[in-house]
Design a protein around this ligand. Structure first.
Ligand code: ZN
Length: 431
């Protein structure tokens, strides 16, 4: 496996030494070529010669989205403008766009990482890859497309939205792979089902990016589109873009490309490593990125590391699905509620559909309350409403240790969108 785009180490035992040399290169490169990093490292009293082991990573200062905003637009730049070939930008949560710059080698490395994802997903050069994500400033569209071409499959760059055109091309061009967000995949599945077109498609695989997806959503896509495998692809603009990791066919976590970056999982409050298997914030340090290297970049994304080898045979380490944002963690009656936990609980409940909403507000008695709104499944007639409501409330109580009110709605009641759908709403007013 992974013959064409193999890991840069033959065994996992070789990884630490490989990462150390990459870390040493990155610190030296950043110190030498980036005024921002030179100042930051100097303030911390650390120079390139101080990195003697991987443990020295812990001595390095963090980088955040605020740093990108403060030094807008060419924050973190560590290459001469003559060596830069492209920028990408993403929306910052605080308003200012994040702009990241790439050298030719960065683009090349990104394509290799992403092509490895296609290989792990079992694609061949004969696959036809319909790309239904955004082009332009975003990393998504061009990332999926260039890696597809590097891999040697046929790219069908439709871009986002436009369901009718997506369906027409799925039929006319007989695309075998569809790349989209989970929301888009669900809309497509429901529309193909509505029009009765499933048998005219040749789709085998779906690659989902940028958004968490519930088990019910995946089931709907499998059933309505007739696909065999659905993969989650990870990546954020700061770390090249999508393609820095992929769930494998074992569907047991996401293999990440630890020969291109070091992933730390830290408690978002103390910034110390969490215990193995615990949820924490993903912090990235790149190993060979030239244009805008990352040193301990706080992504705000939450996940946990998954120890042990994967039965699929891929030696690269794994982390869990993205379990929300550290900014989105809601504290309810003293308990940390991670959005991803709600997904996980609802996955297991039969008789409910793909969409849900969670609202936090104050009840008539002034106490905080949590309202979970779910939809009855299309084929949910076999399940009594009271049973479903009891099951959802019971599972949430059992897993997250909080009580909630459950509201069961008719199928299709909750809002859907082709883009990311917001599902957690905290409407409490804090004095
Ligand atoms: Zn695997």
């Amino acid at each position: 496996m992974l013959n064409r785009f193999p890991p840069k180490v033959a065994t996992i035992e070789e990884l630490p030494a490989y990462q150390l040399s990459g870390l040493q290169w990155t610190v030296r490169h950043a110190f030498t070529h980036s005024p921002f990093y030179r100042e930051r490292l100097s303030a911390a009293g650390i120079g390139p010669e101080d990195i003697a082991s991987l443990d020295d990573l812990r001595r390095l200062p963090f980088t955040t989205a605020d740093d990108l905003a403060a030094d807008y637009p060419f924050a973190l730049r560590a290459a001469d403008f003559g060596d830069l070939v492209r920028i990408h930008a993403s929306s910052g949560t605080t308003g200012k766009r994040k702009v990241l710059c790439y050298t030719h080698k960065d683009v090349d490395d990104w394509q290799n990482m992403f092509a490895r994802c296609y290989e792990l997903a079992g694609l061949t050069r004969r696959d036809r890859v319909q790309i239904a994500v955004g082009y332009g400033l975003w990393t998504a569209g061009i990332g999926f497309q260039q890696a597809c071409e590097r891999f040697g499959a046929l790219a069908v760059p439709v871009g986002p939205g436009n369901l009718e055109l997506q369906i027409a091309f799925l039929i006319d061009l007989q695309s075998t792979v569809f790349c989209c967000t989970a929301s888009m995949g669900l809309l497509l599945a429901e529309e193909v089902h509505r029009q009765g077109l499933r048998d005219r498609l040749s789709l085998k695989k779906i690659i989902l990016g940028a958004e968490r997806s519930s088990r019910a959503t995946l089931d709907t896509m499998r059933e309505c589109l007739g696909v065999e495998d659905i993969y989650d692809i990870t990546g954020l603009t700061e770390v090249y873009g999508p393609g820095t990791g992929l769930s494998c066919r074992e569907n047991n976590g996401i293999h990440y490309w630890a020969d291109y970056y070091i992933l730390e999982v830290l408690d978002p409050l103390t910034l110390e490593p969490v215990a193995p298997g615990e949820i924490g914030e993903m912090v990235f340090t790149t190993l060979c990125k030239e244009g805008a290297p990352l040193i301990r970049y706080r992504s705000r994304d939450l996940t946990r590391l998954l120890p042990g080898e994967c039965p699929c045979g891929c030696i690269m380490p794994r982390h869990d699905r993205i379990l929300g944002r550290s900014d989105d963690v809601v504290i309810f009656r003293g308990v940390n509620i991670y959005p991803g936990q709600v997904d996980e609980v609802l996955h297991r409940v039969q008789g409910i559909g793909s969409e849900y909403q969670v609202l936090f507000d104050h009840g008539p008695d002034g106490r905080d309350r949590m309202l979970v709104r779910v939809e009855r499944a299309l084929n949910g007639a076999a399940f009594l409403d009271e049973q479903v409501v009891k099951q959802v409330a019971g599972d949430i109580k059992h897993t997250m240790l909080v009580s909630c009110i459950v509201e069961l709605l008719s199928p299709g009641t909750l809002p859907r969108s082709e883009r990311k759908t917001r599902r957690i709403f905290d409407q409490r007013v804090f004095a």
